[in-house]
Design a protein around this ligand. Structure first.
Ligand code: FHN
Length: 483
């Protein structure tokens, strides 16, 4: 039985490594129940539901956050020694088996003088995002912050010598937005003993391609990962509000994860995701590159997605999703009670690619008018199955196909139902099963809030619409409902 389990786990890891399933799907294969006998109980094991609600409050209201994948991999930008990686840019060291010394040498050329914490935070704000999560250390092991624990970092090893996380923390505080840190706690391809999943071929999860990577995992954990997490948790004032772990291997046993949990428990307001490992479920489910058709009833969740096909910058990846797709993703996710963590990948100068800026600004314009229907709302009253991105079917670009089961989505306020209409109907908007009494209706983008004619009989509701939509991506119909 034991060996059968092991072989299932191994084949799942291989499927992840070869890109046939995503990390989130891999996670989904784990049993759901929260074990109660953790070596060290986490805050989620001990707090009351009311304490949990208070801790999660800002995050639940936020709905929309910015993921930033930025690191040394922005220098090769998808290409090394004349070879282009077809995979995600931040994996280039692993995919092209770049030797440790060669990869570390990129640091000497890393001088992102175009980086402006002010501009990035302002961009997030103009997009209507309420929090930022940035890669403090990705799998390549390079710390994007001032670390005394390990010299392979942006302050000690580059001509730049600045700490972008410090600058972002100051700006986030100034501009009133939350900041979280992504940290690759298990995979580390440049620290001896750090783990590596090998992509592209069928190697075990701790495959190393350079002798310099060999070493003891506990030594890595105790001399690098845990000390760096301590630095991140103590050196940045009010932040981080989120720690975003990633890709635990079997090496992240419950006992090892418990050492990290001991540290996290000292920060009682912290939110952390379900990717620590060692049976800890954390606070949030993290579907990656897809929207779960039913959300995760009873769990907080956040879909993280790229705008093109990479997280870390790749100079030749121009396959950007349209603003329409990105906005409808945000609406779809909100209607199912989740958050959208949308990625940007700055280049080696620290500049955010123009197509990403453009899309974020367009999303922000829509949210300036229609944000009331997104922030701090509750899920739809009409079932969460209303269309989604298919797990199996692809569109003509090879991306998950959007299946619009309905032509609209819905979010809910205490005395309001919001209907975000994607495809404008002729004449009337009809609902078969409206569970609340509607007192009046108007379009959110209509500044005058001109009342629309409502006919309600039993469960059935009709609202007379103007002949043209106010926004072709989504026009929000507001239904005022009786308390
Ligand atoms: O391997 C990483 C990947 O590079 C990226 O950081 C994503 C973001 O969720 N997480 C891992 C894959 O699941």
């Amino acid at each position: 039985m034991k060996s059968a389990c092991r072989s299932i786990t191994t084949s799942l890891l291989l499927a992840f490594a070869t890109g046939t399933i995503s990390y989130a799907q891999l996670e989904g294969s784990k049993p759901d129940a929260q074990p109660v006998n953790h070596p060290v109980p986490a805050i989620q094991d001990t707090e009351t539901p009311a304490q949990r609600d208070a801790r999660m409050e800002w995050w639940r209201e936020a709905r929309f956050g910015m993921f930033i994948h930025w690191g040394l991999y922005s220098i090769p930008a998808g290409e090394w020694n004349g070879k282009r990686t077809p995979h995600i840019g931040e994996w280039i060291m692993n995919d092209l088996s770049i030797p440790v010394a060669d990869y570390k040498a990129f640091a000497r050329d890393f001088n992102p003088t175009g980086f402006s914490a002010h501009d990035i935070v302002a961009l997030a704000k103009s997009a209507g995002m309420k929090y930022i999560v940035i890669t403090s250390k990705h799998h390549d092991g390079f710390a994007m912050f001032d670390s005394k624990a390990d010299p392979f970092n942006i302050v000690a090893a580059t001509p730049f010598k600045r700490d972008p996380l410090k600058e972002l923390a100051a700006e986030c505080k100034k501009q009133g937005i939350k900041l979280g840190f992504y940290y690759s706690q298990d995979q580390d391809w440049t620290a001896p003993g750090g783990d590596a999943y090998k992509t592209g071929d069928h190697q075990p999860p701790t495959y190393h391609w350079d002798k310099a990577q060999d070493g003891d995992f506990d030594t890595y954990l105790h001399t690098k990962a845990i000390p760096q997490l301590k630095e991140l948790l103590t050196n940045y004032g009010d932040f981080p509000t989120v720690i975003w772990f990633d890709t635990p291997t079997a090496n992240m046993t419950p006992a090892r994860a418990a050492e990290i949990v001991t540290l996290l428990n000292q920060h009682p307001n912290l939110i952390w995701n379900n990717r620590l490992g060692g049976t800890y479920k954390g606070d949030t489910e993290t579907p990656e590159q897809f929207i779960p058709p039913q959300g995760y009833p009873g769990r907080d969740w956040e879909s993280c997605m790229t705008m093109n096909d990479t997280w870390g910058y790749k100079s030749f990846d121009t396959n950007f999703k349209s603003t329409e797709t990105l906005l409808r993703n945000l609406i779809d996710i909100s209607s199912k009670g989740g958050n959208y963590l949308l990625n940007i990948g700055p280049d080696s100068k620290g500049i955010v690619p123009a197509p990403e800026v453009e899309r974020l600004q367009q999303m922000g314009q829509w949210l300036t008018v229609n944000g009331e229907a997104i922030y701090n709302t509750k899920p739809t009253l009409f079932g969460a199955e209303a269309g989604s991105f298919s797990d199996t079917e692809k569109d003509k670009n090879g991306k998950p196909k959007f299946i619009p089961a309905w032509n609209w989505r819905s979010t809910t306020g205490p005395n309001k139902v919001y209907i975000e209409i994607f495809h404008w109907p002729d004449g009337t908007f009809h609902l078969d099963k409206m569970p609340r009494k509607v007192t009046s209706a108007y379009l959110l983008a209509d500044k005058t809030h001109k009342p629309l004619k409502v006919t309600q009989s039993g469960d059935s509701l009709d609202v007379q619409l103007p002949s043209k939509e106010l926004d072709p991506i989504a026009t929000v119909l507001v239904l005022n409902t009786a308390p």
